[in-house]
Design a protein around this ligand. Structure first.
Ligand SMILES: [Zn+2]
Length: 303
């Protein structure tokens, strides 16, 4: 078994998002697939390892946000079975609402970075319940439902040769490559801080040795290192959430919020060795606006 990260070139950047090719004893599976606009980059990445799209038997998705699942329709057309949280099924079969929601979040950047989705034929999708064990590429993957970043989020666990691999999706945040800075994506409409912390605790209890971050690549190599990273991610989530909660409660206007939030993130990133120019690639105003939208929604009491 071998896991090969493929950089899909998300946002036109190097190392901003991966798909993971899992080479098993009986064929190949893929975890994540990038956006529809990065499909050709993914296909080229697969080809570099001698894999045609039709050679991907199973596509395992951590969630249906478009940087993770945007090319699912392309792979399903090539013949892949698509494994996704039950809440994600309808959105992949008919992506109209997913596209509309993503357009609301990403605005004019949508067409540049996300593009036209292909629907996934319903007979190609399999919903995975919490704890479901599925066979792909001759390996057994276990689905762990991990809401918080989104309610349709799944962490995939894979045991092999004494190692426990966890495909983390966005649950441990966005690691700026080559640094220790983790950005916490809190998008609307489903960001739920309490559920997120509980999900991270569940993953810590599962004692993975290798964490595969869609945004950031491999972290760990031992259960001790992986646990330390997950605990840091959980602490970072907590401090970020309480700071955002206070910011939202001040009631100040959006531009002021964005400026304060940007200053805070840049300072934290600098302390972790990420300069402002590099940071601007990963954490721009659009990202901050998205997070604020999620925070406002999560912290506003609803009737
Ligand atoms: Zn996401």
């Amino acid at each position: 078994m071998r896991i090969v990260p493929i950089d899909v070139g998300y946002l036109g950047l190097a190392e901003a998002a991966n798909a993971f090719l899992v080479r098993g004893p009986v064929g190949d599976a893929l975890v994540e697939c990038g956006t529809a606009t990065t499909w050709s980059t993914l296909a080229a990445g697969l080809a570099a390892h001698g894999v045609a799209p039709a050679g991907v038997g199973d596509l395992l998705l951590t969630h249906i946000h478009l940087d993770h699942a945007g090319a699912a329709g392309h792979l399903a057309e090539a013949g892949a079975r698509v494994r996704v949280h039950p809440f994600g099924v309808a959105h992949l079969v008919d992506p109209a609402r997913l596209v509309a929601s993503s357009r609301r979040v990403h605005g004019t950047a949508y067409d540049r970075f996300y593009g036209d989705l292909r629907a996934v034929a319903s007979e190609r999708i399999l919903a995975v319940e919490d704890g479901a064990r599925i066979e792909a590429a001759g390996l057994v993957f276990e689905a762990m439902h991990t809401p918080g970043h989104a309610r349709h989020h799944v962490v995939w666990l894979l045991d092999h040769a004494g190692e426990r691999h966890a495909f983390m999706g966005d649950l441990a945040g966005i690691l700026v490559p080559g640094s220790e800075f983790v950005a916490v994506p809190t998008p609307p409409p489903e960001f739920d801080p309490d559920a997120w912390r509980a999900s991270l605790a569940r993953v810590i209890d599962a004692r993975p040795s290798h964490l595969w971050l869609t945004h950031g690549g491999l972290v760990g190599g031992s259960a001790r290192v992986a646990e330390a990273f997950l605990r840091r991610a959980s602490d970072r989530l907590s401090t970020e959430v309480s700071w955002l909660r206070e910011l939202v409660a001040t009631g100040v206007d959006e531009p002021t919020c964005i400026r304060a939030y940007g200053r805070r993130e840049r300072a934290a990133a600098r302390a972790a060795g990420v300069d402002d120019a590099r940071m601007a690639d990963f954490v721009d105003d659009a990202f901050l606006r998205m997070n604020l939208g999620g925070a406002r929604r999560a912290f506003t009491p609803r009737p």
